[in-house]
Ligand binder design. Structure first.
Ligand code: DLL
Length: 437
């Protein structure tokens, strides 16, 4: 593979031992930086009896205390700021639905390194200055728009700063300006595919060749669906506001897990209950340490995302460690009748069974019993069936889901266009039990 598929080949293909040495060197400096500048974290380290002098390299990482979302909420808005506010040039914020939002600060250096990560992601899909990048992630407090926008500039592609929504205009610009790379949430990409079809466009009518989709969990089945409807290769991208935004990890053309930009973000997997660090290949909660961010340097930040890390060699030539598709967040995991259920498991079955990825999962508790109702939208073709056929289809889908989850759901097949579409992150789960608690 030629070098022009990498944005920073010297980092992306660095031998692992050299990468670990680089991480160690950065970690030692970073611990000193946060200890000296963030009294809240200093107090946490003091309580654990660890000082910057105890940290000689990444082998000492386990000695450091974790940071959780609760810590961030507690210190809202500036308690984790590690530089004078006058040195910051930007904030972004999470879309948190409960409690206080998290506000992340950036210096110009922080923005630069983040945009480099996004440029790496774009080039890993074969992006060049010839590309026309349609950024349909939201612009504003959300990091999706700004991150991919900055990355696209660094690659030198023509950037279409569409932001999310206004599907009519998205389609017009996509067609008139010949967009070649689409960046948005996978659920919005699926919706765009559906909208293009409705307007009579075939997949080969657009010039798109790649999509960079993330910000929410999505399955391999959904990837294939989107690839077919838009006629593209769909790449996953991962990130979170607390660590910078999109581009913490990105997929290469192998489409086989996301390479973590580990020169900036050191990853660990822990057991979410015991906080014990797990060996490579085991499933657990992803934890990140920012190695060179200035303004908002998270140390051992617990993401709540459940996934697996692997150092298996990747044929793209990158040596950066990979994370598998996150299964979902530990706080999105539903416990229904004592069984752990991830919405992504349900999505897998739906798509395998030939349904579109438009669904809503509703959980409730009636007479002390958990109920699981799954509303699945039919396509126009499927909807022309008879009531008898629909009832049979509901039964068969409920069976397939039972095989996957081990519990019996009530499946409701509903008319086309009755489940709300999302322009950003899709809302797929309604847990009504929370209302009764
Ligand atoms: O969603 C940043 C982002 C923007 C990533 C655009 C990718 C593309 P937050 O709003 O802070 O930041 O949400 C972060 O979203 O902890 C995961 O639970 C989830 N998430 C992000 N990317 C993926 C992905 C942005 N590729 C939270 N697969 C994270 C699964 C993802 N979940």
């Amino acid at each position: 593979m030629s070098n022009n598929r990498y944005y920073q080949p010297e980092i992306e293909t660095m031998p692992v031992e050299q990468m670990k040495a680089l991480q160690s060197e950065k970690l030692v400096k970073q611990v000193r930086h946060i200890y000296d500048n963030v009294p809240y974290y200093r107090a946490k380290m003091d309580r654990k009896g660890v000082t910057p002098d105890d940290i000689h390299g990444i082998e000492d990482l386990h000695k450091l205390p974790f940071i959780t979302k609760d810590d961030l909420r507690d210190q809202y808005p500036t308690g984790f700021l590690a530089v004078p506010q006058s040195e910051c040039v930007r904030i972004h914020s999470t879309s948190g639905t409960t409690g206080r939002r998290v506000v992340a600060f950036y210096t110009q250096h922080d923005v630069d390194l983040w945009e480099d990560c996004c440029a790496r992601s774009i080039m890993a899909t074969g992006g060049t200055e010839e590309d026309v990048v349609q950024v349909a992630y939201g612009y504003g407090l959300f990091t999706g728009g700004a991150g991919l926008h900055g990355g696209s500039h660094k690659v030198g592609s023509l950037t279409l700063p569409m932001s999310s929504g206004n599907t009519e205009r998205q389609i017009q610009f996509m067609m008139d300006l010949g967009a070649t790379i689409l960046c948005c949430t996978p659920s919005y990409a699926a919706y765009l595919g559906e909208s293009l079809k409705e307007r009579g466009y075939k997949p080969e009518d657009n010039k798109l060749r790649a999509g960079i989709f993330g910000a929410e969990p999505w399955t391999e089945e959904m990837r294939r669906d989107i690839e077919k409807s838009l006629g593209i290769k769909a790449y996953d991208i991962y990130g979170l506001t607390e660590i910078s935004g999109p581009g913490v990890a990105f997929e290469c053309e192998e489409q086989h897990g996301m390479h973590i930009n580990e020169d900036h973000f050191l990853a660990e997997i822990i057991d979410p209950d015991t906080e014990e660090v797990l060996p490579e290949g085991e499933k657990g909660e992803l934890v990140f340490t920012c190695l060179d961010k200035e303004a908002f340097p998270m140390m051992r930040y617990r993401t709540r995302d459940i996934c697996v890390l692997t150092r298996e060699k990747c044929s793209c030539g990158r040596t950066l460690i990979r994370m598998k598709k996150p299964m979902g967040r530990s706080d999105d995991m539903l416990i229904i009748r004592g069984v752990n259920v991830f919405p992504s498991q349900i999505e897998t079955v739906l798509l395998q069974e030939g349904y579109a990825p438009n669904y809503l999962i509703e959980v409730d508790r009636i007479n002390n019993n958990d109920t699981l109702d799954i509303y699945v939208e039919l396509t126009e073709d499927q909807f022309s069936d008879t009531v008898k056929a629909i009832t049979a289809a509901e039964k068969s889908l409920a069976n397939a889901i039972k095989v996957m989850l081990g519990i019996n759901p009530a499946v409701h097949l509903v008319a086309p266009k009755t489940i709300a579409r999302s322009e950003g992150k899709a809302v797929r789960v309604k847990d009504k039990r929370k209302l009764h608690d």
